[in-house]
Design a protein around this ligand. Structure first.
Ligand SMILES: [Zn+2]
Length: 383
């Protein structure tokens, strides 16, 4: 690779990164420069002029950095590879029917998710956690999960799948992580240290090796993940001697699902900002020349607590007898009232009438510049 191509590949990588992360190209160039130890891209370019070249390891580092940015963003951008992976993933979901109700069942990050129309059941990775049944509204007779028979069948399907996942997790872990020795000593599946007593950083409780192994390294008290479980309570002055044993009420309602109503359907919440945006857009629809367009952009739009709107239009930029028809239509659609008033303030440019004779901003700008030039008293502009 020649030296110019190296710089070009860095630019190319930065461009891809910018696309993936939806940031400007400049920001991406600076980030790439930072990865290579420079304060910003300009510094990198001047170093390059003084014979600095990225090593192949550095190039690989940047490539990896850029590649990592991709999956999530490509998902949204509809990148064909990623879309293919996504549909493969959805195909992996098991489809089925319980009675007349279709469902999909899938495993994400060790949690089991079962979904139907307007309802879902999640069985978390933590074997001690209660399943979560979610619906978009309260029970209105529409969702089968409120029927005890359906619920039981669905839960047993999801739990069977969860058991398989737990089996897979245990297989991946050292045997000592799931099977205590005769002293109750177990090995932490991530840290690898061994002990018969463990502590939860999250809820400050003492857990026996047998308890933690049975619960697949989730705290039996608060459900914290293996990341929060340690064999010394290093955060306590006495290293955990004073901490009390976790309440071993393993059988506490674990079978009873936790019902939640989470309405995540898109909902329109009209607020002052959104109303202002629509009203201004409608004003622009009503504007027929540059002057009126400036008037629409310049208009002061106030929205009160009842979402009713007050529009102050600049007299010089909006004919006082001109009814903003589109604004009134939009207001009716939104069910809000509109009041119009005319104000007199300083207009952004002199000779507002110039804007009335054209609908092209560039033409207007030219006329406006020329008009200003005529009044310019500097000797160069003597006309
Ligand atoms: Zn805990």
């Amino acid at each position: 690779m020649t030296e110019t191509t190296k710089l070009n590949s860095l630019k190319h990588l930065a461009k891809r990164y910018a696309r993936a992360k939806r940031i400007t190209q400049n920001q991406a160039l600076n980030l790439v420069a930072e990865k290579l130890g420079f304060a910003d891209w300009t510094k990198l370019v001047s170093a390059n002029k003084k014979d600095w070249r990225p090593s192949s390891e550095q190039m690989e580092g940047v490539e990896a950095f850029v590649a990592n940015a991709f999956p999530a963003a490509d998902f949204q951008a509809g990148h064909p590879d990623v879309m293919a992976r996504r549909s493969a993933y959805l195909d992996d979901a098991e489809h089925g029917m319980i009675g007349d109700h279709p469902y999909r069942l899938l495993v994400t990050l060790h949690d089991i998710i079962m979904m139907g129309d307007g309802w879902s059941i999640a069985v978390p990775e933590n074997p001690g956690a209660r399943p979560i049944v979610q619906t978009v509204t309260e029970d209105d007779g529409k969702f089968p999960v409120f029927d005890p028979e359906f619920l039981q069948e669905a839960l047993s399907l999801a739990r069977d799948r969860a058991d398989r996942v737990h089996g897979e997790i245990s297989t991946d872990w050292p045997r000592r992580s799931t099977k205590p020795d005769h002293d109750g000593v177990v090995r932490h599946p991530l840290w690898g240290d061994e002990s018969a007593v463990w502590y939860c950083l999250h809820c400050d409780e003492k857990i026996t090796g047998t308890q933690i192994a049975q619960n697949l390294w989730h705290c039996p008290g608060c459900g914290a993940s293996p990341l929060d479980i340690f064999n010394t309570a290093f955060w306590c002055e006495d290293e955990g001697k004073s901490l009390s044993p976790v309440k071993a009420d393993g059988a506490k309602d674990n079978d009873k699902p936790d019902f939640r109503v989470v309405d995540d359907r898109p909902k329109l919440e009209l607020n002052a900002e959104k109303i202002t945006l629509l009203i201004r857009s409608a004003l622009l629809d009503d504007a027929t020349n540059v002057s009126e367009r400036l008037g629409a952009l310049h208009a002061e739009i106030t929205v009160d607590d009842d979402n009713d709107v007050w529009i102050s239009l600049e007299e010089d930029l909006w004919p006082h007898d001109k009814e903003p028809v589109q604004v009134l239509i939009v207001a009716t659609q939104l069910g809000i009232e509109v009041e119009l008033e005319t104000t007199w303030s300083t207009v952004p440019f002199h000779w507002p009438g110039l804007g009335e004779i054209t609908s092209s901003t560039s033409e207007y700008t030219q006329m406006m510049l020329e008009a200003y030039a005529r009044y310019d008293s500097s000797p160069d502009n003597d006309m």
